[in-house]
Write a protein that binds this ligand. Sequence first.
Ligand code: DOR
Ligand code: ZN
Ligand code: ZN
Length: 420
Amino acid sequence: MRILLRGVRPIGGNKTDVLIEKGVIKGISPGIRVDSDRVFDLDGAVLLPSLVDLHSHTRQPGGDEQETVESFSRAAVHGGVTSAVSMPNTSPVVDNPAIVSWLINEFRRVGLVDVLPAAAITVGQQGKELTEMAELKKAGAVAVTEDGRSVRDSRLMRYALEYARTVGLPVFLHSEDERLSDGGAMNEGRTSLELGLKGIPGISETVGILRDLEIAAYVGARIHVCHISLARSVSIVSQYKKQFPGLVSCETAPHYMLFSDRDVAGYSTNFKMNPPLRDDSDRKALVKAVKRRDVDCIATDHAPHTEWDKELEFSMAPFGIVGIETWLSSLVHYFVNAGILGWDDIVELCCDNPRRILGLPLVRIEEGAPADVVVVDPESEWEVSPGSLFSKSKNSPFLGKRLAGKVLLTIKSGRVVYSD
Ligand code: DOR
Ligand code: ZN
Ligand code: ZN
């Protein structure tokens, strides 16, 4: 299979042709003339490494009404993603090697994206008994996490971090003091008072992170702090990074950089997620922290929920929004096209650093590199609507919006897995 990309702009370079053959980038130069099975005229669109999502809820196994292996795969490649870490808060919970193998095989069968399973820290995510991390790693788990909740018992958390360190698995942290969250539905502040909704205070996140960082530093575990939503959390993580090099990495998600608790004012549950959207000063601080790389990556926390669940009143509806399909477009539309972030920022935050954190080889746009790439048109717009999303769930805060930065082509191991 030979694929010719005509007139693409590799990141940081000029318009050229790119030839892909046998899974690798075979040639890069203007005016390549060879017989190819597929030729794409791309007219100046940008070519970058494919994206790796460190945080996705595939809902598999068990959540077929929200997402299937097939619908998740199609959504991912529509977003320019070729590998995604899947969260274990499923039914059943991903807490044993058989489920890890099943996940990997099912995604292979569909053949569009690689799933990188994160397994649970405790059996059934019940917070009582540690999972067999060594076995989980052998089966292909890339991390352990209790995402969806936190490990409440600090003593168990210590043993979990020690075990994960021993077997060499990073721990992805949903750090939250659930007693402080106390059934809240949105950020605690002026807006929650005005709207009459119970708040989740910022200290629920920072206290959770502080505890987890202290224990991880004590036992020397490798941790990755998920979905940072607050400026305070960034300062805390940065302090530990300085004191304990190599201890911790962290992520935020596009929604924390784009929306604030004011967006909850219409009571739309597509602005309800955990951690919640914070106030505008936190939002702005996060954009700066991303730019400075005090935040290492942007991940999606793609969390599909059915329409009937999300139609419940705000306080009752489940937390979570879909995001894997709007990930790249939203960043291009609101940040790259506005001159706030550069393409090199996008590549580091969404492609390189996620690969580094997982220990995967980086993808460079150069001859001989693996052809895991995406082509995105920074000008061309698409409308986010139930019909334009491949995910089985449509709970997106971008519904009705037009986003530039349309993905034209996603190529994985030299195969076209999505084309517009
Ligand atoms: O917004 C969220 N959605 N936060 C979580 O902690 C869980 C996730 C989900 O599984 O829907
Ligand atoms: Zn979480
Ligand atoms: Zn999550």
